[in-house]
Design a protein around this ligand. Structure first.
Ligand SMILES: [Zn+2]
Ligand SMILES: [Zn+2]
Length: 197
């Protein structure tokens, strides 16, 4: 919660503020996030407008995560920009204050939800350790950045060979043209058994 009492309600007046806040918990997405308690640097501008206080800011957050391609740990910083209007509770703008409108409470603004939206919505979903990270070898899982450009495997993978053998075994035999058994029937040996009694 940030105090805006130093700011006059006179529209047009403004105040800049820099501060550092600890990151709340669960501040991240699947592959990358801000470690809980890490320092978030806020560079804020409060501007008094008719309806309330407009907060414009930049948050510089430390990030920790994993490279989406090679799973190497990543540590970097990330900047998120945001702008949010906090309205005075007593002077709602034109009477149509939405449910999602943020209010000043006793001249305090709660920036955490604003920060959370600004950071989480812009975090990279697939962070990379570097833009051209070659990732892992799909065959053996080695890091291609370590293994070098010559790393490759024989193309005739034994697993594929086994599959090919299997496919040959179950494939229908090609039709062998016209060999019927018409000629071999017809010569059944009829014995007209006459029993002599
Ligand atoms: Zn990587
Ligand atoms: Zn490999």
């Amino acid at each position: 919660m940030l105090d805006t009492r130093a700011l006059s309600r006179q529209p047009g007046s403004s105040k800049d503020k820099r501060l550092s806040v600890p990151a709340p918990e669960d501040f991240g997405v699947e592959m990358v996030g801000v470690p809980e308690g890490a320092a978030i640097e806020l560079d804020l501008r409060f501007e008094a407008v008719l309806e309330g206080v407009l907060v414009t800011g930049t948050a510089t957050v430390p990030l920790e995560g994993e490279c989406a391609r090679c799973l190497d740990p990543i540590a970097s910083t990330f900047e998120a920009r945001f702008q949010e209007l906090f309205v005075y509770p007593d002077t709602r703008s034109g009477g149509h204050a939405g449910d999602d409108e943020l209010q000043l409470e006793d001249d305090l603004v709660d920036l955490e939800p604003v920060l959370r939206d600004a950071v989480l919505l812009t975090l990279p979903l697939s962070p990379l350790c570097r833009d051209d990270c070659p990732g892992l070898c799909p065959d053996c899982g080695v890091r291609l950045a370590d293994a070098g450009p010559d790393h490759h495997h024989e193309t005739a993978d034994p697993r594929w060979a086994a599959l090919q053998g299997l496919a040959g075994g179950v494939a229908p035999a090609p039709p062998e043209g016209g060999r019927g058994d018409a000629g071999s029937s017809g010569s059944t040996d009829r014995r007209e058994g006459k029993q002599e009694g």
